[in-house]
Design a protein around this ligand. Structure first.
Ligand code: UTP
Length: 578
């Protein structure tokens, strides 16, 4: 018991005594029914809405490319993912089945692609773009094992750092008595503290300070474990942060009034600096009713609430971040407690509770340490930015039946295809006329399964420079994967599947007059009776992918190549021949 207490004491910034003190204050406030937003007047904060294809989007991507040279990435991956119903870590799951790449591999690929571009643009061949992963007791060992097995997916030694969050002591009553196991009074009960731990860990590990002082970085980009489309928001959001001098910038998607999603909101109170922060939808509406009489209503011009939906992906200015972390609160973001009471006196709980914290509550710390720091948002169309894989198949089916986004592994996969097909001009705003239904989840993208990997394109300008407009004729069910920087498409017709891989800096390939016809990659439903016996990553989708002869072309030697006819790769004497 003493060992457990010592561990819990050491893990919490300020120690167990501070934790218990805070718990008593928050439990007393909870018992009184205090409203943390009492007296605040809400309004829409300062932010930018970027529309794919507009000049502003392209400009933000360009600015972002420059800012990305001075950016570190933080992936919060300590969550259990109970809703997903997958027994392993979420990061090992395939993002989509056309490549089978895991979330972790895709994220590392992205960081390496940014690094390669930054080196090229800056001429500094030693420039390193760092990635930090927050794990927890639930995810730490398998995350490390995956990285080790895959040689860090090609990252340099030390480029990826891992910091593990610890659990906090569970509390058994309104006086913050520490909870022990019902069957073993010497076993201290602990529970997860939430992803807000990322900030205190960025301080206690010294990583934030190192990135600022030794690496000279300006920004930190925080993202979640299973939202692959977020990669498309990184550069434009960084661009907006740079242009507007935001100390915190939240990536947002449009939300309908009343939709169960947090909203970025400006809160004003007499005598206090304004606070721009995530407000949960069930708190926003009453606040707006009290302030304006109207509640949260859609703007008739857009059909969406003026309060943007928080994707919980953050760009923080590193200078202010370091100042804030090294302030009085030691990076511990304001916590909350959510006990389920057993009695009217609100002292006994149905089960032990604990303090929790969320990374998006950082503005409260920032406001205390850097008064006047600018906090804003960048809103992207949903198809550009948002493809969370959080729900199990049953929940996905239930949401789909109600016409709501499924938010599952399968829907996220098709959202990736939709976004990439749109980037190639093969769909409009993530849609084609036809949709698919797979394993009871309807409304999935019905167009070609396109994956443009980060090595191929980081921006839409990259795509436009490499793919001649109108050059691709893909069947509705075709697969197209482009992986590698030096690939250009002039004309190709694909019925079936084509993967072109060119990882070499000393080789280039032009696709011209190519006609591919093969069985492609079929997404096949698994009958419900067979789902329990399917592979775990298939179980959460309810379907599998069957490769019926996808053509894979990999450039394996230096030189200039033409990929044409029915898939012949011809080496040319020199580039002029192209
Ligand atoms: P989620 O809301 O997806 O929660 O977390 P979760 O715990 O992973 O999944 P459920 O609720 O059990 O189904 C959002 C992000 O925050 C990370 C997750 O890994 C995910 O990237 N997270 C969450 C942490 O890093 N630590 C935590 O304590 C909780």
């Amino acid at each position: 018991l003493v060992d457990a207490l010592a561990r819990t004491d050491a893990a919490y910034a300020g120690g167990l005594a501070k934790y218990v003190g805070r718990s008593r204050e928050l439990l007393a406030a909870s018992a009184r029914g205090d409203n943390p937003f009492e007296g605040f007047a809400p309004s829409v904060p300062d932010g930018e809405t970027l529309v794919f294809g507009d000049a502003g989007f392209g400009a933000a991507e360009r600015d972002g490319l420059e800012a990305a040279r001075k950016t570190g990435f933080v992936l919060v991956a300590g969550g259990l993912g109970e809703r997903l119903g997958y027994e392993g870590i979420k990061l090992e799951l395939p993002v989509e089945l056309a490549t089978g790449k895991s979330f972790l591999e895709l994220y590392v690929d992205y960081v390496l692609a940014v690094q390669a571009r930054a080196r090229e643009d800056s001429g500094d061949a030693s420039l390193v773009v760092p990635l930090c992963i927050m794990t927890s007791d639930d995810t730490d060992a398998p995350t490390r094992a995956l990285l080790e097995a895959e040689g860090d997916f090609g990252a340099e030694p030390g480029q990826i750092e891992i910091m593990k969050q610890d659990k906090v002591a569970a509390l058994s009553d309104g006086n913050a008595k520490l909870a022990v196991d019902d069957d073993d009074r010497w076993a201290l009960l602990t529970k997860p503290h939430g992803h807000g731990d990322v900030h205190s860990l960025m301080r206690s590990t010294g990583i934030a300070k190192k990135w600022r002082e030794s690496y000279g970085l300006d920004y930190v980009f925080f993202f979640q474990d299973t939202n692959p489309l977020v990669l498309h928001t990184i550069l434009p959001a960084l661009g907006v942060s740079a242009k507007r001098g935001f100390s915190m910038n939240s990536v947002c998607v449009p939300r309908r009034a009343g939709e169960a999603a947090g909203a970025i909101t400006r809160l004003a109170k007499a005598g206090d600096d304004d606070l721009v922060i995530n407000v949960e939808y069930n708190q926003l509406d009453p606040m707006l009713r009290a302030a304006t009489g109207d509640g949260d209503v859609n703007d008739p011009a857009t059909g969406f609430s003026p309060y943007p939906g928080n994707a919980n992906v953050l760009v923080l200015g590193l200078a202010d971040y370091v100042t804030t972390l090294h302030g009085e609160d030691m990076g511990v973001v304001d916590e909350f407690v959510n006990p389920k009471y057993k009695d009217d006196a609100k002292c006994d709980f149905k089960k032990p509770t604990r303090l929790e914290c969320m990374m998006q509550d950082y503005p409260k710390l920032l406001r205390r340490e850097v008064p006047g720091a600018k906090v804003g948002f960048t809103t992207f169309e949903r198809w550009v930015a948002f493809s969370p894989a959080k729900n199990a198949l049953d929940a996905a089916r239930a949401s789909s039946a109600k016409g709501e986004p499924a938010g599952a592994a399968g829907s996220a996969e098709f959202e990736v295809y939709a976004a990439h097909a749109t980037r190639l001009g093969l769909a409009t705003a993530g849609e084609v006329a036809a949709t698919r239904t797979l394993s009871g989840v309807a409304g999935l993208f019905g167009g070609p399964k396109v994956v443009l990997l980060p090595s191929f394109a980081l921006t839409q300008a990259d795509v436009d420079a490499k793919v001649t407009p109108g050059s691709l004729d893909l069947d509705a069910d075709a697969v197209l994967v482009l992986d590698g920087a030096n690939i250009a498409v002039e004309s190709a017709k694909v019925s079936g599947g084509l993967k072109v891989v060119n990882k070499r800096a000393d080789a280039s390939v032009v696709i011209r007059d190519l006609v591919v016809s093969n069985g492609g990659l079929a997404h096949v439903e698994i009958p419900d009776a067979d789902i329990p016996a399917a592979k775990p990553f298939e179980r959460i989708r309810g379907y599998k992918a069957v490769d019926a002869g996808v053509l894979v072309v990999e450039v394996a030697e230096p030189g200039h190549f033409l990929l044409s006819k029915d898939g012949q790769l011809t080496k040319l004497a020199d580039e002029a021949e192209l």
